[in-house]
Design a protein around this ligand. Structure first.
Ligand SMILES: Cc1ncc(COP(=O)(O)O)c(C=O)c1O
Length: 456
């Protein structure tokens, strides 16, 4: 198959003309044209290889032959919809159920994380008969109108907060109101949710749900303090609401030790609804909502059919099953523990050398390295983080930033990422931060041969 139809510059011009400008490119100052990929490596039109540190969708590795083979074979045989009986959907639901607590046993298959979260919202509202939603500050839950409304990361830049949305502080013990020196940050942050519920009740409002990523990724690769989810779930249940865990970035073994990130909270914590997406189909659009029989029963009782044209079709489910097989066969959770642990250790060592690294946090292959201008004030080093990402690209490494100030270097590579990849990326970061610190020391404003940093 031809990997390129147009010369790169022509592709760029056509894209500028034909594709909405709000759909942004990575590295917009100098976009990369990727024409093929394998495992954790991307290749541009000249065959140059890039190490991919950001594609958490291509979970088991780009173009994995076990996935493409299954997809092709099922497409060749049949693709219909969920109104016909088919074994793939039930087998897939059964396999997913085996990874989840028993309470979560009823599945809805959809096409994207946004569809999953929108359906979760409908389920919560139908079950509780309440309208209001509590969300975490800086959260992102999807691009549909309903989800922009519950995504402070987006609505703060748009019309603002709806009266039925209540924003709880992000339980971030590095930047937040309670920090690592607090004796019980989990309880303290959970109490902020309790206060929000009380305030909402005073206004006569009723809580349908608490929505949170199990590890807030857009919020900056945050790890919840112990006990937070459990206490929040208690408060939300007392208010008649349900706990929705958004596992769209964090599910399918990314944290290594567990299949789902919410399981890090312990066996006695179980959300009422879990949404999953990105890694499910290794790039094929498939997503899902799982919930309890009671919640699903209340949704069924409204008498309105739930039909989703593409959701749960035989091809999607065959691909989903193949992804589960590869996670097991290649021990990708074990790899996340080993390589993620190694990477985190290397970054912690780097933190001792470079004052710019304020914090290193994460679990498995979900790691954040936060850059700060000053370790005391923890002022985010946004420009330095952007510079690091630009420079890593010159070293053929694709990386991104996240967090409220885009100061967190975010590692979420395909799960086949190796120790050698980790060594390579950390060596490059070390060099770049050394260059940056030299520039800062000399205060000369630019690195010879490199684009000057705006404020350095
Ligand atoms: C945490 C989280 N939830 C939901 C979504 C929406 O998923 P999708 O883009 O598949 O609609 C995203 C996408 O970035 C996400 O990161």
């Amino acid at each position: 198959m031809a990997v390129e139809l147009f010369h790169k510059n022509e592709t760029l011009q056509m894209r500028k003309k034909l594709i909405a400008q709000s759909c942004r490119l990575f590295f917009s100052h100098d976009p990369v044209k990727i024409v093929r990929a394998r495992g954790q490596y991307l290749y541009d039109e000249n065959g140059t290889q890039y190490l991919d540190c950001i594609s958490n969708v291509q979970h088991v590795g780009h173009s994995h032959p076990s996935i493409t083979q299954v997809a092709g074979a099922q497409m060749d045989l049949l693709n219909t919809n969920t109104r016909f009986l088919h074994d793939n959907i039930v087998q897939y639901a059964d396999r997913l159920a085996a990874t989840l607590p028993k309470k979560l046993s009823v599945f809805y298959f959809v096409n994207s994380g946004s569809e999953a979260n929108d359906l979760a919202l409908r389920l919560a509202r139908q079950y509780t008969r309440h309208q209001d939603v509590i969300v975490l500050d800086h959260a992102y839950h999807g691009h549909l109108t309903s989800l922009i409304d519950i995504s402070p990361y987006k609505f703060r830049k748009l019309e603002g907060q709806k009266e039925w949305v209540h924003v709880a502080p992000l339980p971030d013990t590095y930047h937040g109101i309670y920090r690592e020196d607090h004796p019980e940050p989990g309880q303290a942050y959970a109490d902020t949710v309790k206060s929000l519920i009380e305030e909402a009740h005073k206004k006569g409002r009723k809580i349908s749900s608490f929505f949170a990523e199990s590890l807030p990724s857009v919020g900056g690769q945050i790890i919840f303090p112990t006990g937070y989810c459990k206490r929040v779930a208690e408060y939300v249940h007392e208010a008649g609401g349900v706990y929705v865990a958004d596992e769209i970035q964090t599910g399918f073994g990314r944290v290594g030790s567990h299949f789902w990130a919410f399981q890090l909270e312990g066996e006695d914590f179980c959300p009422d609804i879990v949404t999953m997406g990105k890694p499910m189909g290794n790039g094929h659009p498939i997503a899902c909502v799982v919930t309890t029989e009671e919640i699903a029963g209340a949704f069924t009782a409204n008498g309105v059919e739930y039909f989703n044209t593409f959701g749960g079709n035989p091809v999607s489910c065959a691909i989903g099953l193949a992804v589960l097989d590869v996670i097991e066969k290649e021990d990708l959770r074990g790899n996340a523990v080993r390589v993620g642990g190694h990477l985190k250790q290397l970054l912690l060592q780097l933190q001792e050398k470079h004052l710019l690294i304020g914090d290193v946090r994460g679990v498995g292959l979900f790691i954040g390295m936060e850059l700060v201008k000053d370790r005391e004030s923890r002022e985010p080093a946004t420009e330095e983080a952007a510079h690091l990402v630009r420079r890593l690209k010159e070293d053929r490494i694709v990386m991104s930033t996240d967090g409220p100030w885009d100061s967190v270097i975010k590692f979420k590579p395909p799960m086949c990422f190796s120790k050698e990849d980790a060594n390579r990326v950390v060596t490059c970061i070390d060099q770049i931060l050394t260059e940056l610190e030299d520039v800062q020391k000399e205060d000369c404003g630019k690195i010879p041969g490199r684009p000057a940093l705006k404020r350095l």
